[in-house]
Design a protein around this ligand. Structure first.
Ligand code: ADP
Length: 163
């Protein structure tokens, strides 16, 4: 049984995230989506809202891929979260070169803490590579159309937040 952990803030979940989740399902038997509480980042959506949105998308993906997805809020160290859920791989998405420096350091430090957990990077389809939660929120806040970047329920939630 191969268990993978895909951690993130998911504030909110985008079509970039769902692309990575779908790809990850081809690599693992159980995918644990770790929703970081991340109080420091001052998320727009509460943990409960973010978890609910991720769960809804996970359900839709599962109907296509099969397998198992668990949505798991966490606040502790990523490597401890991976151990808690029995994951042997951590999955991360890579967008631009800008992501690389930070991810490179994370891998090095996580590996020093636990060399038995491997980090695997995935890239979204070219049309979804540029999508970032931060920019989606900025566009929605200014009244722009984000329907190309997020699933329909998230689009509705963003409109309601900024109404
Ligand atoms: P974090 O706070 O950990 O960066 P995010 O929710 O922003 O959380 O992202 C979670 C993961 O999803 C990260 O590995 C990020 O690189 C990846 N990701 C987000 N958007 C995309 C995208 N459009 N294409 C590929 N990976 C993405």
């Amino acid at each position: 049984m191969r268990i993978g952990l895909y951690p993130g803030t998911f504030d909110p979940v985008t079509l970039g995230h769902t692309d990575i989740i779908q790809r990850a399902m081809a690599l693992v038997d159980r995918l644990v989506i770790g929703v970081a509480i991340n109080r420091d980042k001052g998320p727009l959506f509460s943990l409960e809202e973010r978890v609910a949105m991720v769960k809804a998308e996970a359900g839709a993906i599962l109907a296509r891929t099969g397998g198992e997805i668990v949505v798991h809020p966490f606040e502790n160290l990523l490597i401890d979260c991976a151990r808690d859920v029995g994951a042997t791989i951590i999955l991360r998405g890579l967008r631009a070169v800008a992501d690389f420096e930070y991810e490179f350091q994370m891998v090095g430090m996580n590996r020093a803490m636990d060399s038995s957990i491997e980090t695997v990077f995935l890239m979204a389809d070219a049309r979804r590579q540029a999508i970032a939660s931060k920019l989606v929120k900025e566009i929605a806040r200014l009244g722009g159309d984000v329907s190309k970047f997020v699933p329909p329920p998230v689009c509705t939630a963003l409109t309601a937040k900024y109404a």
